[in-house]
Design a binder for this molecule. Structure first.
Ligand SMILES: Nc1ncnc2c1ncn2[C@@H]1O[C@H](COP(=O)(O)OP(=O)(O)OP(=O)(O)O)[C@@H](O)[C@H]1O
Ligand SMILES: [Mg+2]
Length: 306
């Protein structure tokens, strides 16, 4: 299919149903985000209320990595990064591999929020599609989101067949297949890591060290493994799913029963803290991911958290 014919189908669906949820499916760098922006702009031009759920927790454009970000379009955009985050849902990892449950729960919560805010909802997702585990994840993710359309972008013809052939068992959504543009540029792994770290650094630019009572840390049966550098999700008690933002654990002060957390979030509102799987350390004034660095030292360097 061509992009104009995909758009025509989506517009017809929207006219019939009065609402739309489009799920972007495809491997890395095939143009999922680029196409999501085009669809969002097309519906905005028709004066529809448009929201984007950025469920790509690794290469996040709306909000920081490790969170599903929801944003509403107020004007035409050239990049998803121009959409201000309205709501964040903490997943705690930069990949759904190893935290599929949290990823799907976060995405579903994000979609629920987006549907409150807009009639056209576009869900941008991770490019984790190859292999059995990724296949199961995508099928469960799409089944849980309940989109009206799945827009599958393939670089090679048939590369998503392992998912698309089973999709009707998980969803009634219309399936549209687009060929990736020859202009879709690939990002190498180090560039992806750098973009992620830049996103973390942007988020923490105005962060400060704040003190929180240790009792706010969520416990699931036993004490969580909380280590210095751990990424944290900060929540109010009332908003069960939506996160106020994220933080980084700097140190635990056992004597005072408190934890020092680097975060831009105002501490008074925080009533609950979840521990993520990512660790960040500061080197030469910049935050870096501990485990994504090849041959990362077993112990962080001496300027860790300074
Ligand atoms: N149809 C297109 N025309 C021109 N440039 C494109 C097109 N599709 C993608 N690109 C460019 O290719 C690059 C990768 O596209 P994009 O980021 O949308 O892919 P993605 O599938 O969202 O990747 P990721 O897996 O990282 O989320 C971007 O620089 C984007 O601007
Ligand atoms: Mg993308």
């Amino acid at each position: 299919m061509s992009f104009p014919s995909v758009l025509k189908d989506l517009e017809e669906d929207f006219e019939r149903e009065g609402r739309l949820t489009v799920f972007m499916l495809g491997a890395t760098d095939v143009g999922k985000t680029f196409t999501a922006v085009r669809i969002a702009n097309a519906f905005l031009q028709r004066s529809e209320r448009v929201a984007v759920v950025d469920a790509d927790i690794g290469q996040s454009d709306i909000g920081p990595p490790c969170c599903v970000g929801v944003g509403v379009l107020h004007r035409e955009i050239r990049s998803l990064r121009e959409v201000p985050p309205h709501s964040l849902f903490f997943v705690g990892s930069t990949s759904p591999n190893g935290c599929m449950r949290e990823s799907i729960l976060g995405t579903v919560a994000g979609v629920r929020k987006a549907r409150e805010l807009a009639d056209v909802v576009i869900v941008d997702s991770t490019g984790w599609v190859f292999g059995n585990k990724a296949k199961m994840f995508k099928l469960l993710e799409i089944g849980a989101v309940e989109p009206s359309s799945v827009l599958a972008i393939e670089r090679e013809e048939g590369e998503l067949q392992h998912i698309l052939s089973l999709l009707p068992e998980y969803t009634d959504a219309r399936i549209c297949i687009l060929r990736a543009s020859a202009e879709a540029k690939r990002k190498c792994k180090p560039l992806r890591r750098r973009l992620r770290e830049e996103a973390f650094n942007r988020y923490f630019r105005n962060a400060r060290n704040r003190r929180f009572d240790i009792s706010l840390f969520e416990r699931s049966g036993c004490l969580p493994v909380v280590e210095e550098g751990s990424l944290l999700g900060l929540f109010t008690a009332s908003q069960e799913e939506e996160a106020l933002g994220i933080g980084i654990l700097r140190k635990i002060d056992e004597k005072r029963g408190s934890a020092v957390v680097l975060t831009p979030v105002e501490p008074r509102a925080v009533k609950r803290i979840k521990v993520g799987k990512v660790k960040l350390w500061r080197s030469k004034g910049r935050l870096r991911e501990v485990f994504s660095v090849p041959f990362a030292p077993a112990l962080p360097p001496r300027d860790y958290l300074r």
